[in-house]
Design a protein around this ligand. Structure first.
Ligand code: SF4
Length: 344
């Protein structure tokens, strides 16, 4: 039937620390997220009940957009099927991490929790109501610290799912490596720096060498088709990792480790406070990295805040990539825009 909906209302679940929702998008606070069932990691999910609720939500959505979803960019008109199955799962059922990034907002002051989910996931798969045409994502804290992570990952690799993992890269995971080799897994690691001192400032842990070593291991045995599935991210944090020298060192490391995909973002708090007044040097850095990627045949993508800032550019695209020009522009704008920096 043709109506406006989204793939997550239809066939998605996001497993949180105390509930199962349709998605993890936190939009306007008063609207909340599209709740399905409470779940506290007790290893029991009543899947029949969950599918009943999802069916009811689909029916309501056919008549009028659900209030939790009003205005969401994911809504689109399509011919949706009415079958009961799940093909998008976002795991967000823990908040433990082995890093302590200055910009992290994941339940900072809440007690650290790691719920169980393996048993109900096995039941879902056994019931035949999981379809592998969607995507599995791990959001939470750091997935490699999850006790059930390796087994969960193996299950979805076996299912032929597309799996996207954000990891600190501090712990090496055999399941990630195997999934990468099979082309089932994409891993995003965000060292935000190439040098140890900057890394320590951002992550408040001394693991830079370990992280780059793991990036190298993940990348090592991939072929041309899968090489871009190891994605290295740089979150630009004004005042911390935005000097010409820091960016250049990062790009040298990208080349040295033969990385084929770079993601750029802007630290959220800074971007949020300055969205109409982003310092020009941030745009210059984005353009500089993009130009480097193009020249070296590397995939380049912007995430969240950087994507938004780029769409609403307040500074023209850089054309002159002469080293001296870039260097002097970045340092002069850093100086004149210091007052906007966030004190972490
Ligand atoms: S909020 Fe958006 S992404 Fe989430 S279920 Fe609703 S329409 Fe889909």
């Amino acid at each position: 039937m043709i109506y406006k909906s989204c793939h997550l209302i239809e066939h998605g679940i996001s497993i949180d620390i105390n509930s199962i929702k349709a998605c993890c998008l936190s939009r306007e606070f008063d609207k909340g997220q599209l709740m399905i069932l409470p779940y506290y990691g007790n290893n029991t999910i009543n899947w029949d009940e969950l599918f009943r609720i999802k069916k009811r939500q689909r029916l309501l959505q056919q008549g009028k957009t659900l209030s939790a979803c009003e205005g969401c960019y994911n809504l689109r008109e399509e011919n949706w099927d009415d079958d009961d199955y799940i093909s998008f799962i976002n795991f967000d059922h823990w908040n433990q991490c082995n890093s302590d990034c200055i910009y992290c907002g994941v339940r900072k002051n809440k007690p650290k929790t790691q719920n169980n989910i393996l048993k109900p996931i096995k039941e879902l798969i056994k019931s035949g109501k999981f379809k592998n045409n969607g995507e599995i994502t791990f959001q939470g804290g750091e997935p490699t610290v999850l006790k059930e992570f390796e087994e969960l990952l193996k299950i979805f690799i076996k299912q032929g799912s597309k799996i996207r993992i954000h990891s600190s890269g501090i712990l090496f995971s055999r399941a990630i490596r195997d999934g990468l080799k099979k082309g089932a897994v994409t891993v995003v690691i965000s060292p935000d720096s190439a040098d140890r001192e900057t890394y320590k400032k951002i992550k408040r842990t001394d693991k830079s060498n370990k992280v780059w070593e793991n990036i190298k291991h993940y990348r090592k045995k991939l072929n041309n088709e899968t090489s871009a599935n190891v994605k290295v991210k740089y979150i630009i944090i004004p005042g911390i990792n935005d000097s010409y020298e820091q960016i250049t060192e990062f790009l040298q490391k990208i080349k040295e480790y033969d990385i084929k995909s770079i993601i750029v973002d802007i630290e959220y708090t800074y971007a949020n406070r300055n969205i109409n007044n982003i310092s020009p040097h941030i745009y210059i850095i984005m353009d500089y990295i993009e130009n480097f990627a193009k020249t070296n045949n590397i995939e380049y993508a912007l995430y969240d805040s950087a994507l938004y800032a780029d769409k609403n550019r307040t500074y023209d695209k850089t054309c002159n990539f002469d080293e001296q020009n870039i260097k002097s522009q970045i340092s002069s704008y850093i100086e004149t825009n210091k007052s906007k920096n966030i004190q972490y």
